[in-house]
Ligand binder design. Structure first.
Ligand SMILES: NC(=O)c1ccc[n+]([C@@H]2O[C@H](COP(=O)([O-])OP(=O)(O)OC[C@H]3O[C@@H](n4cnc5c(N)ncnc54)[C@H](O)[C@@H]3O)[C@@H](O)[C@H]2O)c1
Length: 357
């Protein structure tokens, strides 16, 4: 088995918590280089994870001919530039969520991926949970029938990430909770629905905690070496979107970093043959058989390390020349839907057509 040499661009919270340990635990993979503009963090991470090469300018990492693949773990607003440059440099790319801040950014990345022939994967780790796998299999096998209505959300009570850092600075992040955690909920539901064509979107955003904002503790303090969190907060802390699809299906999405509410992560799918609910109680399916309503609680593997599973899949796609689980159309449409939520919110909830973007 030939070794796959990996470089990681941006070595903050998610790189230290998931990408570095997961790549290091994957057989046949060597993490040979890291890049970060924060030299203090770069030195700390290179030492802690025993990475031989480090660069302040990520383009120098991309110029290393022996590097096969990169993980992009930088602020959202940099994903397009870095992904396109990495693909053009002949690297396979795993890019953190949200892959892109706009539909056009997503299209530019996918065009670069197609031109390069390299693997491009969005790091949507929730697709790898035990419940996601079970549900996707049920959906693929037709056990849910046609999925016509879906709702879900990711709701925190006090969880604004890195207050005063890039997460809360729109010019760097592209948006607040909808782009940060709403995208996780949306991506998973959209994938489970079979990625129908989105037609129109209405959305609202709120910044109710601007004067009462507290740092929610992500990125973990131990990973913030040398970072300064003294900037602005000009993004939403609560958002909701309503999406209509060409096949008649609809989707309701909620995201919240801070609210006077019960924290939750939930998803409900309504199918013509059966439905599904996932929340703190686990995964349940609701059907009907032999004249009886039937509630099913599938056994779900709760012990999957979703980051290791995601990275193993990425490596597998490189080795086997396989299409990643995140398809180009899913990546583009997820970006467009979120862009349309923001556009609608800016225009008092006007229904925005995806074709306008
Ligand atoms: N999959 C998940 O569950 C998950 C969780 C958290 C974050 N994320 C995503 O990962 C990405 C990074 O988030 P994070 O929490 O690690 O943030 P972070 O602030 O901890 O890390 C970002 C790093 O990028 C570096 N950086 C900034 N500009 C750079 C540049 N021009 N070149 C090189 N490095 C640069 C910063 O110095 C910092 O070290 C975001 O897109 C975020 O949405 C995903």
């Amino acid at each position: 088995m030939e070794t796959i040499r990996v470089g990681i661009i941006g070595v903050g919270g998610i790189a230290q918590r998931s990408h570095l340990p997961a790549f290091k635990n994957t057989p046949g993979v060597d993490v040979v280089a890291i890049a970060d503009i924060n030299e203090k963090k770069l030195d700390f991470v290179a030492g802690k994870f025993d990475v031989p090469r480090k660069f302040v300018d990520y383009k120098e990492l991309l110029a290393q001919d022996d590097i096969d693949a990169v993980s992009i773990c930088t602020p959202n607003g940099l994903h397009r530039e870095m992904s396109v440059n990495a693909l053009n440099a002949g690297k396979h790319v795993l890019c953190e969520k949200p892959v892109a801040v706009t539909g056009k950014d997503a299209e530019a990345i996918i065009a670069a991926a197609r031109a390069s022939g390299k693997v491009f994967m969005g790091a949507f780790c929730l697709r790898f949970t035990g419940a996601s796998r079970v549900l996707k299999q049920f959906a693929q096998d037709g056990k849910l029938g046609d999925i016509y209505y879906v709702k879900g959300g990711y709701i925190r009570r006090r969880g604004i990430p890195g207050l005063g850092g890039w997460f809360t600075t729109k010019s760097l992040s592209g948006g607040g909770c909808m782009l940060d955690i709403g995208v996780h909920a949306l991506d998973r539901m959209y994938w489970l629905m079979g990625a129908p064509e989105p037609v129109s979107v209405s959305g609202v955003t709120y910044q109710a905690f601007a004067d009462n904002a507290v740092d929610g503790g992500w990125p973990p303090l131990a990973t913030r070496i040398g970072d300064v969190y003294a900037g602005i907060n000009d993004v939403e802390d609560m958002a909701s979107g309503y999406v209509q699809f060409a096949n008649g299906a609809t989707l309701l999405l909620e995201a919240c970093w801070a609210g006077n509410c019960e924290p939750s992560s939930y998803m409900q799918l309504f199918g013509t043959k059966a439905g599904a609910l996932e929340d703190a109680r686990g995964l349940q399916l609701f059907g009907e058989e032999a004249g009886s309503l039937l509630d099913i609680k599938p056994q779900v593997d709760e012990n999957i390390n979703i980051y290791e599973a995601e990275i193993a899949h990425f490596v597998d796609c490189i080795r086997e020349g396989k299409e990643p689980l995140t398809t180009p159309q899913e990546i583009i449409n997820v970006a467009k839907i979120i862009e349309a939520v923001y556009k609608s919110a800016e225009q008092n909830g006007r229904q925005v057509k995806i074709a306008e973007l």
